[in-house]
Design a protein around this ligand. Structure first.
Ligand code: AMP
Length: 221
């Protein structure tokens, strides 16, 4: 398939907005892979690679990983066969220079592109992240909104669930500060290009998904 028939969906939203869950759901529905730079980095940490060791402390503090690492990782991932008809981005681009890279170097301009903002207030983010639990297999839960069947244990693999280092309160404040500074200009860019679909993220996962699908159908005509 040529690049003009590719679909590229870019999910935006503050930490804890549920954009990762929505990106995964969209991936199943539209049969294109969801690429999360956060997951790619956490995978490097889990495998104790050179990149993983380099980024571990940066992520734990809620800071941004260097452009060099992110660009290399994203480039390798979008080149894979499963992304030939398009892909979903979650966590990239995260600042103006990453946006420029995406537009210039990944030929995104020739594809069908839509940006989806899963909109959630800072107050809601803070209350949500305190309840997030993750598993080393990649599954994510929330003690209130999406609890595992057995407390503290992953439904899929039976491992003990963990709290991410960067979900600690002081780190959350830092991540929100960086998010607004870096992402707001990117969102303005997509809005101006008429490609921004804004979704109310303060609803159930299913309702948000319904709105995402409706928003994409409406904007894809
Ligand atoms: P996320 O799972 O998207 O919240 O990402 C977790 C952490 O990974 C972020 O707080 C950053 O430290 C790092 N990270 C993920 N994506 C990027 C990116 N595009 N640029 C820089 N750092 C990133």
């Amino acid at each position: 398939m040529n690049k003009k028939n590719r679909t590229i969906l870019i999910f935006f939203g503050p930490p804890g907005s549920g954009k990762g869950t929505q990106a995964e759901m969209a991936s199943l529905k539209y049969k294109i892979p969801a690429i999360s730079t956060g997951d790619l980095l956490r995978n490097e940490i889990k495998k104790k690679t050179a990149i993983g060791n380099k980024v571990k402390n940066i992520i734990a503090k809620g800071k941004y990983v260097s452009e060099e690492i992110i660009i290399k990782m994203i480039n390798n991932r979008v080149k894979k066969k499963d992304a030939k008809n398009g892909y979903i981005l979650d966590g990239f681009p995260r600042n103006k220079s990453q946006l420029d890279y995406l537009m210039k170097n990944l030929n995104i301009g020739e594809s069908k592109v839509l940006a989806i903002l899963v909109d959630v207030s800072d107050k809601e983010v803070k209350s949500r992240l305190g309840g997030r639990r993750v598993c080393s297999c990649g599954e994510t839960y929330h003690i209130k909104f999406n609890p595992p069947k057995k407390k503290g244990v992953c439904d899929l693999c039976g491992s003990k669930l963990l709290i991410r280092d960067d979900d600690k309160p002081s780190v959350i404040n830092n991540r929100l500060k960086i998010y607004h500074k870096e992402i707001d200009p990117i969102l303005r860019y997509w809005k101006k290009s008429g490609k921004l679909v804004k979704i109310n993220g303060e609803q159930s996962i299913e309702k948000v998904q319904g709105d995402v699908v409706r928003g994409l159908n409406k904007n894809n005509k």
